[in-house]
Structures are given as structure tokens and as C-alpha cells.
Design a protein around this ligand. Structure first.
Ligand code: S3P
Length: 177
């Protein structure tokens, strides 16, 4: 199905997938697609509304379908996934089976995820109702316990704590070529 070289960024919400993806695509002179934006534009609905109106199962199904659509496109691309994408419908297997896909996990500590996510939690359906930073840290800890086994199947893992998007891009490029 997959036809051209693609770099796929994955990691927890707030790990910088979109920011790093944009900068990486620029550095490599490739197009960039953020899967959340692609879903929003294909379905003409925001992620928050999709969760609320259609439910999480519908969202996960569409997310997987649209990822397959992106992977099938015949152009080299940098793609950033949603935080949950790797954890449903055998997505990591699908990605591993594509010869010209390289997956990169952006690994951030719980402490730094809390710092980034707390100020913007209201826009994120999964954590909008969390009441305090301590609660958020606990939520992320439990969530990562479930998700890390998927994230760790990535071809490359980048430790992102205390690094700017530019530094992360440099590390990815250094690791790739
Ligand atoms: C989700 C992460 C979000 C978005 C949706 C679900 C998750 O993407 O896909 O809210 O399950 O972690 P980002 O990681 O890009 O914020």
C-alpha cells in the first residue's frame, strides 16, 4: 500500500509531534501532514466535537482509516500522529510492514508533559476534566503505562526533555542520515 518514503512521528499528547514535524519537514523539504488536522479537514469537524458527538470508537476508526489513506499517498511526507493512534487497530504493525516508513517516538517525561499540557488541557478531550496538576500527572502515568509498549515499537526513540523543537529535529536528522 505504501508508496513513498515517509517519516512518522508518534508520542504522547504534548510531546511536540506537530511542532517538530513541521520543522523536520521544512529541514528535509518535504510536505508535512498532521493526522489530527487531516481528520478535521476530511470530516469537517473538530477533534473535540468528534469525540463528543460521535464517540471515541468512531474517532479511532476514522483515525485509522485516514492514516491508511495518508500512507497510501504517493509522495514522501512527514506525518505526525495523534497520541493514541499507535495504540489501536494494530497501527504499529501496519507501520512496521511498510518498507519505506520510519517511525520516531518523541519521548518526554511525565513532569514535562504536565508542564506543557496543564495550560492547554481544556482543548484536549481526554484531559479536559482533570482537576489539578497532580491528577494530571497520575492520569498521564497510567496512560503511559498502557501506551509505552506501542510507542516503544518505533524505529527511533528520541529523548526530548529540555530540548527545543530545533534540537529534536537535529537529533532526528542525525539519526536518520
Ligand atoms: C489523543 C491525542 C490527540 C487527538 C485526540 C486523542 C490521544 O492528538 O488525536 O484528542 O488519544 O492521545 P495529539 O497527541 O496530537 O494532541
Amino acid at each position: 500500500m505504501q508508496k513513498a518514503f515517509k517519516i512518522v512521528l508518534l508520542g504522547y499528547m504534548g510531546s511536540g509531534k506537530s511542532t517538530v514535524g513541521k520543522e523536520l519537514a521544512k529541514a528535509l523539504q518535504l510536505p508535512f501532514v498532521d493526522l489530527d488536522h487531516f481528520i478535521t479537514s476530511e470530516l469537517q469537524q473538530s477533534i473535540a466535537d468528534l469525540f463528543q458527538e460521535k464517540g471515541v470508537i468512531y474517532f479511532r476508526k476514522k483515525e485509522h482509516e485516514l492514516l491508511k489513506k495518508l500512507l497510501g499517498q504517493d509522495s514522501p511526507t512527514v506525518i505526525s500522529l495523534g497520541g493514541g493512534t499507535p495504540c489501536y487497530y494494530n497501527t504499529m504493525e501496519l507501520l512496521r510492514d511498510q518498507q519505506e516508513v520510519i517511525t520516531v517516538y518523541l519521548d518526554l517525561s511525565i513532569t514535562q508533559l504536565v508542564q506543557r499540557l496543564w495550560p492547554e488541557k481544556d482543548h484536549r478531550p481526554l484531559i479536559a476534566d482533570v482537576g489539578s496538576q497532580e491528577e494530571l500527572a497520575e492520569f498521564i502515568g497510567k496512560h503511559l503505562f498502557e501506551r509505552r509498549p506501542f510507542y516503544h515499537q518505533a524505529d527511533k526513540k528520541i529523548k526530548c526533555d529540555d530540548k527545543s523543537p530545533h534540537e529534536v529535529v537535529q537529533l532526528i536528522v542525525g539519526d536518520l542520515f
